[in-house]
Structure formats: C-alpha cells, structure tokens
Design a protein around this ligand. Structure first.
Ligand SMILES: [Zn+2]
Ligand SMILES: [Zn+2]
Length: 115
C-alpha cells in the first residue's frame, strides 16, 4: 500500500517505525495503518522512479529515462548540444569562420573552440 505524506510527517512516521518492535496499528493522516503492511518510507523521487520502472521505462547511465525497447540516445543528445554550442561560438568569434585559424601552413584550433 502507498501513503503519501509531507516530509515532516514522513519523518515522524519513520521515527515511530524505528521505535516499535512489533507490528501495530498506527494512525497516519486519519488513516489506520498496520505497520506490518508498510514496506518502507520512500522519497517522492524514489516513488516516481519506481512508477517509471513499473511502466517499463529504464534509466540509463546518463541519468535519462527511456521507454522499454528504446535505445539510449543521451550521448547523441549531448553531442548535438556540444556541436550547437561550438557553432554558436564560431558565429560569435569573429576571428575564425570554422573553428580553426591558419597559422602559416598549419590550422590551429581557434580559442573559441577551447572547452
Ligand atoms: Zn540515455
Ligand atoms: Zn573562433
């Protein structure tokens, strides 16, 4: 079962659960709970994650969520953002036209392209 509580009430509930040694009926928000039915007290974020997992979504190592069967495209997204940022830098640069500066025979990376 799930009971949604505000942070301070959840903390109070956690306090009660830690003190009791056997299952009891307790009052929480005008509801009577058997503590034996409580599997845990979770943060809303944890609950949201659990709901997503229940819906078949999975979280990748980049912290993104993907639908079941969907490939992780987070790196590609990051790369696209990086490329867009570099294009912006070139536009604002004024010293180069493509991110490189010709020094004699060599092309050096323009300073606008430094991280
Ligand atoms: Zn991903
Ligand atoms: Zn530049």
């Amino acid at each position: 079962m799930e009971v949604w509580l505000e942070q301070d009430r959840a903390t109070a509930l956690q306090d009660v659960l830690q003190r009791i040694t056997s299952s009891k009926f307790i009052m929480v928000d005008d509801q009577t709970l058997n503590t034996a039915d409580i599997t845990g007290v979770f943060k809303a974020a944890t609950m949201a994650d659990a709901t997503r997992r229940k819906n078949g979504q999975w979280s990748c190592q980049h912290g993104g969520w993907h639908d079941k069967g969907e490939q992780c495209g987070c790196i590609a997204k990051d790369e696209a953002a990086l490329i867009a940022k570099r294009m912006e830098a070139i536009k604002a640069c004024g010293k180069c036209t493509n991110g490189f500066i010709l020094t004699g025979v060599e092309a050096a990376k323009c300073e606008c392209q430094m991280p």
